[in-house]
Unconditional design. Structure first.
Length: 115
């Protein structure tokens, strides 16, 4: 089993930055992908950024330029640096680890962008 705990969410003003963290614990092996998704009220969950096996990062076109995903492999932690935040970035952000043993999700952290 793998447990994921996100942190770093909060209320920020438009144009500000925020860094989310996702710490993993448990039996972590055979990682296929690690990523961040988000879900805004009334909308479907969408991919924000992903790191696939080998360390390659990938972003949907709509997320390129303002979001950066990174990993600290020694701490089994991934991060999402979010810059120039906009009100439409308001959502619950979830981290997701895909291992051979299963597909794991964190509980989510709320990010609210508002003036």
């Amino acid at each position: 089993q793998v447990q994921l705990v996100e942190s770093g969410g909060g209320l920020v003003q438009p144009g500000e930055s925020l860094r989310l963290s996702c710490a993993a614990s448990g039996t972590i092996s055979d990682m296929l992908a690690m990523g961040w998704h988000r879900q805004a009220p009334g909308k479907q969950r969408e991919l924000v950024a992903v790191i696939i096996s080998g360390g390659i990062t990938n972003y949907p076109d709509s997320m390129k330029g303002r979001f950066v995903i990174s990993r600290d492999s020694t701490e089994n932690t991934i991060y999402l640096q979010m810059n120039s935040l906009k009100p439409e970035d308001t959502a619950v952000y979830y981290c997701n680890w895909v291992l051979l043993s299963g597909n794991y999700w964190g509980q989510g952290t709320q990010v609210t962008v508002s003036s």
